[in-house]
Design a protein. Structure first.
Length: 254
């Protein structure tokens, strides 16, 4: 689904499999993280071409949270379709090369990077722990051992998708918590924004200057009665708060 937030007509292209993330290659192509790997998508036609298989022989897993490092490398997370414990991983993909960075991941999420590419953030949502790890800015590869950034285990909800702004503020959607939480570079909570849904899933910087925050949400896992109590679940929201955001870099596939 592709739609201009300004009110343009929606364009729908069927993918034929589960997909979770999209990155820009150039003006004519996108890279999609999907159930069986990384696919190049023709923007004009919607045609998908398999570029790099990722766990294509594993029917249990699918892609999940992914994001492009400032150098052009992609970090791609996988998870079990039924949230099977430890079934997923987080991969690094750069110029055609694929490496597994972290394994034993149940629900990969919150992948984002500082603007200089020196720090990466990620989580296994099932742990309640948001991690940070030093990175090589030139390659996007980890340059040390992961360290704890935020311990969310005693708070309401679960760490889901995140983005990092130019000021080093990490904006996180709290699944089941009905809020967006903002953390400073020291890991301290600096702001909480209430959401009209129970399952906000991922924020994104939008607008001509990347100074607005859009947030997706979901209603998965809810029965009919629960959905009636969460009527806006599954919608995308534009928050009326100023942010010092930045646009995603382009991914380098070759």
């Amino acid at each position: 689904l592709q739609k201009q937030l300004s009110g343009g007509a929606a364009t729908v292209h069927e993918l034929g499999q589960m997909a979770s993330a999209i990155a820009i290659i150039d003006d004519k192509r996108q890279l999609i993280a999907a159930e069986t790997g990384l696919y190049v998508r023709d923007v004009a036609t919607g045609k998908l071409t398999l570029h790099t298989p990722v766990e294509a022989d594993n029917p249990v897993t699918r892609s999940n949270d992914s994001r492009v490092h400032p150098c052009g490398a992609l970090w791609m997370g996988t998870m079990g379709k039924g949230e099977e414990k430890g079934a997923g991983s987080i991969y690094w993909f750069f110029k055609g090369e694929l490496r597994r960075l972290f394994s034993d991941i149940t629900v990969s999420n919150s992948i984002c990077f500082t603007e200089d590419g020196a720090i990466a953030y990620y989580t296994d949502t099932s742990t309640g722990l948001l991690m940070r790890v030093a990175c090589d800015p030139a390659t996007g590869l980890p340059a040390g051992e992961p360290k704890l950034f935020v311990d969310h285990r005693s708070a309401k909800g679960y760490i889901d998708g995140s983005v990092l702004d130019r000021d080093g503020i990490l904006w996180n959607a709290v699944w089941g918590g009905s809020v967006i939480e903002a953390y400073g570079p020291d890991g301290k909570l600096v702001r909480t924004v209430a959401m009209p849904v129970t399952q906000p899933s991922c924020p994104a910087f939008v607008g001509a200057k990347a100074d607005r925050l859009a947030v997706t949400s979901a209603w998965s896992g809810k029965d009919e009665k629960q959905r009636l109590l969460d009527l806006q679940g599954g919608m995308t929201f534009l928050l009326d708060i100023p942010v010092n955001g930045r646009f995603e870099p382009r991914v380098l596939i070759a």
